[in-house]
Design a protein around this ligand. Structure first.
Ligand code: MRU
Length: 343
């Protein structure tokens, strides 16, 4: 596992700037909670679990500043910092999950909060990597020898603490010698597939073929893939899956062509408080992400654009949800509940 997007080093948070990959491999240091929130919003760091881990370290930074200002009542005012972090992006539940878990420590803290909170943030980070390794094993078990796999967006080491969710399954299946070929959707408009997934798989020596989004159904029709494996930003109680825009059309097409559809995500991505995908807030980003390519405008002058960056795949189109607590085949509310209760 060569890629690590987040680390705590010499009292500050370091994030690999994913906006610049694959051309430049550069880290930025963060010492203020406002800057951490901006990094999440501007996608220096992205991917649901990675956003959550970053927010956890953001809480450490916030508490450090509050304690320096007011050691007796450092927690007063920290709600403001939580809000700053929580407002950065709306869809990935991991962001809110991590903030709540950090808040849950406050009652235990006596005096300077930094050491305690830092240990918790590091635990969230390490637990995420362990969950990914476990999902890798469980997901790879479902994949038959000689399979080819298509993935969407980047649900890899870059999107998590390390190893990845969907790419964790792919890494494990490759290590077991089961994979014929890995395909990655380029993932417009931000190009997570072309820029990030291709880069991180190649770092590990795993060959990857890019396809344009529009080629996915044809790839399936030609019998060139047996599995679609993706991550998720939020899974509802009934097993509906929010993930990068374009995931839904892959699931529809996969069912039509008899291709299997797997979602790999840790339980920190499961939101049992939303009954179905209809209740998941879907982020809409700037039209410029579509109208431009980098700094260059590519759309006809005067065109407008609609840029929802996630969609919801109904549970009925999902063959398996893989979490670190187990595999849920043909998900529904009852099975999701049973899996979540499985310690
Ligand atoms: O907009 P992004 O790049 O943050 O979207 C990321 C995704 O949609 C990933 O597939 C999802 O977060 C799962 S990451 C393990």
């Amino acid at each position: 596992m060569s890629v690590r997007p987040i680390r705590w080093h010499e009292d500050s948070l370091k994030l690999l700037d994913q906006r610049l990959l694959p051309g430049e491999v550069t880290e930025i240091s963060y010492d203020s909670v406002a800057a951490v929130a901006d990094a999440i919003r501007d996608m220096v760091v992205r991917g649901a679990p990675a956003i959550g881990i970053t927010a956890a370290f953001g809480v450490v930074i916030a508490a450090r500043s509050r304690y320096a200002e007011n050691p007796d009542n450092w927690w007063e005012g920290i709600e403001q910092d939580f809000r700053l972090l929580a407002d950065a992006r709306p869809t990935a539940i991991n962001l809110f999950w991590a903030i709540e878990r950090m808040r849950g420590c406050f009652d235990e803290i006596d005096g300077d909060p930094v050491e305690y909170l830092l240990a918790e943030a590091k635990a969230i980070h390490e637990e995420d990597i362990a969950a990914n390794m476990r999902m890798g094993e469980l997901g790879a078990d479902l994949i038959g020898a000689g399979s080819s796999i298509l993935t969407h967006c980047n649900a890899g080491a870059l999107a998590t603490g390390g190893y990845g969710t969907a790419l964790g399954v792919i890494r494990s299946a490759v290590a077991e010698g089961k994979v014929e070929q890995v395909f990655a959707d380029e993932t417009r408009p931000w190009l997570q597939g072309a820029r990030l997934t291709a880069w991180e798989l190649l770092q590990d020596g795993i060959p990857v073929s890019l396809i344009a989004e529009g080629a996915a159904s044809w790839l399936m029709q030609q019998g060139k893939v047996q599995w679609i494996v993706v991550g998720s930003d939020r899974i509802a109680a009934n097993g509906d899956v929010a993930n990068k825009i374009g995931t839904y059309q892959l699931a529809v097409s996969a069912r039509h062509h008899g291709v299997k559809f797997m979602v790999a995500a840790p339980t920190s991505t499961v939101d049992m408080n939303v009954a179905s995908g209809a209740d998941i807030p879907i982020e809409t980003r700037s039209a410029d992400e579509l109208l431009k390519c980098g700094d260059k405008t590519v759309a006809a002058a005067g065109a407008s654009a609609w840029n929802p960056v996630f969609d919801v795949t109904p549970a009925a189109l999902v063959d398996a949800i893989v979490t670190e607590r187990g595999v849920v085949e043909k998900p529904d509310t009852e099975k999701m509940l049973a899996m979540m209760q499985n310690a």
